[in-house]
Design a protein around this ligand. Structure first.
Ligand code: NCD
Length: 313
């Protein structure tokens, strides 16, 4: 068993043992996530707080289901009408959460670094469900899990991530986790959407998508994050789709046994065409279901690590 994990804020919080433990846990929980098995009593009596301060439907639902399938109680502290919007500081919110007696906080926020700040203020685990441009560790974990289900290993796997790398917390988590697991990552982005510090990421970068496709095992398409763009990074969405979008023509260049992934929600017709989404190599809906299992495993590792034998009960 690996060293106890106190918070999950960034991929760098995890050792390879933690990652293996989460992925193995997710495999055990998958039948519950898929509704093939009844929910488990593992986290009965625990209170998970979903503190979502940024618009999110899928990730909130995924965490909600993950906690409920493990029999935890879930309290929602969502953006609309919360006192965080009325000027309450994160510190005050932290004190309220502790006074309410929650056992774990899942935090989604547009503010990079807020989960780290919250973790300093409260003495229960903080699970980062995406903070600004910084990190989204459970997304990378569920993606690794999905790839493993198909390929068995990530070692030597060639992953191409295309799109809005600059604004993407998913890309940042993805690169760190995939490299830890032995995959080779190439980033493809318009020059305006490449982060200035990308040379320190330890990956190859290019702006020629078509040249990469024949050598790609996993094509990971990012959402164009319009809500994080405060100026024009490309002329129009039509222009973006023409140069960077993944469509049926481009998919002809991708090997037959490759995987096509996207973290959702998709801007249909922008980064992915409708036909691309229906391609037999697309595993986008599997990613969603696997996300529940992986989040169950993360909650379990953070909350019930000491009583491992309960997993299979
Ligand atoms: C991602 C996010 O919010 O960072 N989506 C998600 O978690 N469902 C990716 C994105 O918004 O592009």
């Amino acid at each position: 068993m690996s060293a106890a994990l106190t918070d999950l804020i960034a991929i760098r919080d995890l050792t390879r043992d933690h990652v293996d433990e989460i992925l193995a846990g997710a495999r055990e929980f998958l039948p519950i996530a898929r509704r093939e098995r009844a929910s488990a009593p593992t986290l009965r009596g625990r209170i998970v707080c979903n503190l979502f301060l940024e618009d999110s439907t899928r990730t909130r639902l995924s965490f909600d289901l993950a906690a409920k399938r493990l029999s935890a109680d879930v309290v929602d502290f969502t953006q609309e009408g919360t006192s965080v919007n009325k000027g309450e500081s994160l510190l005050d919110t932290a004190q309220t959460l502790m006074a309410l007696g929650v056992d774990l906080v899942v935090l989604r926020t547009s503010s990079s670094g807020a989960p780290t700040q919250l973790a300093r203020e409260i003495d229960v685990p903080v699970l980062n469900a995406g903070d600004g441009w910084h990190q989204h560790p459970t997304q990378a974990l569920l993606d690794a899990f999905t790839i493993l289900e198909h390929r068995g290993s990530l070692d030597g796997l060639r992953m191409t991530i295309v799109g809005d790398i600059l604004h993407s917390r998913v890309a940042r988590s993805e690169v760190e986790l995939m490299r830890m697991m032995g995959a080779e990552v190439t980033l493809v982005a318009p020059p305006t959407l490449q982060p200035p510090d990308v040379s320190a990421w330890g990956v190859r970068t290019t702006s020629d998508l078509e040249a990469e496709l024949p050598e790609t095992d996993v094509l990971y398409v990012l959402r164009v994050q319009r809500e994080r763009m405060h100026r024009a990074f490309f002329p129009s969405t039509g222009e973006y789709a023409r140069i960077w979008g993944v469509n049926a023509d481009r998919l002809r260049l991708l090997p037959k046994d490759a995987l096509l992934m996207h973290p959702g929600p998709v801007n249909r017709g922008v980064e992915l065409s409708g036909t691309a989404m229906e391609d037999s190599r697309a595993v986008i809906t599997e990613q969603v279901t696997n996300g529940i299992a992986v989040r169950m495993a993360c909650l379990y590792l953070l909350l019930a690590g000491a009583n491992r034998s309960e997993v299979s009960s």
